[in-house]
Design a protein around this ligand. Sequence first.
Ligand SMILES: [Zn+2]
Length: 342
Amino acid sequence: MSVGFIYDPIFLEHDTGAHPENPGRMTATLALLEGSGVLSRLERLAARDATPEELAFVHDPRYVAGVERVADEGGGWVDPDTLITPRSYDVARRVVGATLAALDAVMRGDVASAFCLVRPPGHHARPMQAMGFCLFNHVAVAAEYARRVHSLERVAIIDWDVHHGNGTQDAFYDDGGVLYVSTHEYPFYPGTGAAEETGEGAGRGCSVNIPMPHGSGDPEHARAFEEVVVPVVRRFRPELLLVSAGYDAHFADEIALQRVSVDGYGAMASMVRELAGELCGGRLIVALEGGYHMVALPWCVRRTIEVMRGGEPVPDPLGPVPTGDVAGFDAMLSRVKALHGL
Ligand SMILES: [Zn+2]
């Protein structure tokens, strides 16, 4: 069955100027997908606006209204990284709505899985706070929407962005219905995501943090997936898989220090696709988060989509990089496995 694809030109209207998270991320990625013929083989889906009620599945209604008000009043900086422009409220709620539309299409069986090419990203957006380029948390809202609207009981979120998705973790920290599993460079922005953060109350064990040492590359990420991500997701038995797909762990991306290649991202995508097939009837939504290198990002997205389609991957122009021994990796992985009974 086909792979769905969602993009909306409104995503260009969150005009951040000279900022790593800028509209060029969309145009560069679209150019590669179009020029390579990949786009024409995908099922284009239409985005919609998320309603304030849907945003309130995760965010406090006062926060949602606050973002709208700041945008209406001309915008402003929320923190040194995060800008609300006059168009940002409309753009960010279309990002969430696009993700929900992709989810509906997958749940209806119109497409097997879907990729959401969206910006701004969402996984740092907390219930009451914008931060780290993020305004509304599209993947977190989608997880909650899957439960409330599609009556699912267990949804898993896999987050391979180089940063920890503190907003997503916050939304579900005491919730046993959503498994949040993250690989992220650590210690690093935003400071959260220690292995010992495992959830609380009914959510105990449902936050799975894999704090990757600086310089981790393809072999380390593959082992983190094989030894932790795959077994914990399998044990949780989700009915739907969501991916917070950040590509800023690529070695060329200057926002961080990891050494993942396009092949490395392809390997992670492949394991996720197999998990979705084994556990969720193939139901998989992959939604863009970070990724700021204008060659690496498009190629990582292309590779992810090729894997989702089950096609033969095309070699990327950047290639792999050697990593060598990454100090502290083995000890970290052992600690995570012990904390989660693996
Ligand atoms: Zn990131």
